[in-house]
Design a protein around this ligand. Structure first.
Ligand SMILES: Cc1cc2nc3c(=O)[nH]c(=O)nc-3n(C[C@H](O)[C@H](O)[C@H](O)COP(=O)(O)O)c2cc1C
Length: 169
């Protein structure tokens, strides 16, 4: 898909078909994530692939929405703070790195006709518990991965005049 068309097509999918995701497509989506840039190329992340079927009750503890459980797959992006780059003033770039990784993954999913939805409003302690995450690992973003069963709505975005400044604040 042409890039601008692709970024226009992506939307938060909140209804999924039960159809399985082909393994070839899953591998492409994961490869797109792998190619993401990270600060100092530290790659301080892991992706956890969860098959939804049979795990609905546990997954509901993480994010209690019916649509979250509809897709055949859920992906959780976790950060590994000890691997991440920290600027001289102690600003850690872990969240930025993981966001770029997730954006790569999500855009490739869109390119392949798959739906996704960024989810940050999950229950972090339930995620730790259900996924067996060690203390030092940070769950940052979830997304379902499956075929969309809904339609995009109109995008509401601020105009560029409210978002861009030239030369100085
Ligand atoms: C970092 C981040 C966290 C988000 N968390 C949630 C969430 O927890 N639940 C949800 O339904 N949508 C979540 N969203 C989706 C946004 O609400 C959505 O991207 C925004 O409203 C724009 O709509 P669009 O994605 O359809 O273009 C999140 C998006 C981002 C980028």
């Amino acid at each position: 898909m042409e890039y601008f068309n692709l970024i226009s097509k992506r939307y938060s999918v909140r209804s999924y078909k039960p159809d399985p995701v082909e393994d070839e497509k899953l591998q492409k989506v994961l490869e797109a994530a792998r190619l993401a840039p990270t600060a100092d190329n530290r790659q301080p992340f892991q992706l956890i692939i969860i098959h939804t079927s049979g795990k609905e009750a546990d997954l509901r503890k993480i994010y209690n929405r019916d649509w979250f459980l509809q897709a055949p797959l859920i992906i959780c992006a976790v950060g590994v703070p000890r691997l991440s780059w920290v600027r001289r003033d102690n600003r850690r770039y872990l969240d930025v790195d993981v966001a770029i990784v997730m954006d790569h993954l999500i855009l490739e999913a869109t390119n392949l006709g798959l739906g996704t939805c960024w989810i940050a409003a999950f229950n972090s302690s339930a995620a730790r518990d259900v996924l067996g995450l060690p203390e030092e690992i940070e769950p940052l973003i979830f997304t379902p991965l499956g075929y969309p069963a809904d339609q995009p709505s109109m995008k509401t975005r601020k105009p560029l005049t409210e978002l861009v400044r030239y030369e100085r604040w």
